[in-house]
Design a binder for this molecule. Structure first.
Ligand SMILES: [Zn+2]
Length: 335
């Protein structure tokens, strides 16, 4: 039996209960804003709601608060292997660069934003018509914060009064950067970070080795997307290499290697937090091992571990990456 998409969303109890209640009462809002970080289930929930709305059996031979997951309509909603868009004619996906320029009346690829051309062709041209298969019409917008101002403005009227059976699901990890006129026309549902156990379960189900899934889940901060990136062998290799270099720099006779590493790290800005967490983990593991052996070096490893947390806070506060790293290494060496 194929499970409905909604039933596969993990941990987002409040959001999913709200959607199920709306479905069973026949009061599904015409425009939702799924607000939350990447990789926590917004996408699965959006396709799940779309599936429930177009399902042929919901409320008939299947419960009224979820898709059956098995009828012909249900099967055409999830993205198939190698497909970028759902095959169901009443479920449309919007995303920057998703369509060939020619099909949305453009000469060039959308590189900056979701253009007004995409909104005109994919939404406005269809919004006035009844659903092909009679149940509902659903527009899902990935990274809605990428709507251009003109695209967002073009969407406003339809978003406010989309017509019978038409629904919008906007997804965003930066909901506050959406135009307030868009936000005020939507019902906001929050999606929080996942518990580590759920990240492990999802990664394992995707074929990642359970031991590795456990290791990366600790660093993933509750996001499956981050976890999957971390499990990438190339990135894992880069992380291990950083930890080794950092440990050597701490133990080196002079600041040379530390300054060199700090200089190198200027460039990785985005992933620096993850690298620091990995270094912190290695130092904390050392501290535990030393402590168990009653080795006095435990104290130094623990102090160095705490310095990684200080550095992480400085980076969150937008300190210069190079200076924060230099000062961290200097203080670690002085321990
Ligand atoms: Zn169905």
């Amino acid at each position: 039996m194929a499970a409905s998409l909604l039933s596969q969303v993990r941990a987002q109890e409040t959001a999913i209960a709200t959607l199920r209640r709306a479905l069973s009462r026949g009061k599904v809002h015409h425009a939702y804003l799924f607000d939350g970080p990447a990789g926590v289930g917004k996408e699965l929930a959006a396709f799940g709601l779309a599936q429930a709305l177009v399902c042929e059996r919901r409320g008939l031979t299947a419960p009224d608060d979820d898709a059956c997951g098995e009828c012909s309509a249900c099967k055409r909603v999830p993205l198939r292997e190698g497909e970028r868009r759902p095959t169901h004619p009443d479920v449309a996906l919007l995303e920057r660069g998703l369509y060939e320029p020619g099909t949305i009346g453009r000469r060039t690829q959308e590189s900056q934003d979701i253009s007004i051309d995409q909104v005109r062709t994919i939404v406005l041209a269809r919004a006035a018509f009844a659903p092909h298969e009679g149940r509902a019409k659903v527009f899902i917008v990935r990274r809605a914060e990428e709507l251009s101002i003109s695209a967002a403005n073009a969407l406003l009227k339809t978003l406010e009064e989309p017509g019978q059976g038409t629904h919008f699901i906007l997804m965003s990890s930066q909901a506050d950067s959406l135009l307030s006129t868009i936000r005020s026309r939507t019902q906001r549902l929050r999606f929080g970070l996942l518990p580590d156990a759920d990240v492990v379960a999802i990664l394992t189900a995707r074929g990642i080795d359970p031991q590795q899934a456990n290791a990366v889940a600790r660093l993933a901060g509750g996001s499956v997307e981050t976890g999957a990136t971390l499990a990438d062998p190339e990135l894992a290799g880069a992380r291990d290499a950083f930890v080794q270099k950092a440990l050597r720099a701490i133990a080196a006779p002079d600041m040379g290697p530390a300054l060199e590493l700090a200089e190198e790290l200027k460039k990785v800005k985005g992933d620096l937090g993850t690298l620091l967490t990995a270094l912190g983990d290695a130092l904390a593991a050392d501290a535990r091992t030393f402590a168990m052996a009653n080795d006095p070096k435990a104290e130094a490893s623990a102090a160095r571990y705490r310095l990684t947390l200080v550095a992480a806070r400085q980076l969150d506060g937008n300190a210069s990456a190079q200076l924060a790293m230099e000062s961290m290494f200097a203080r670690m060496r002085a321990v």
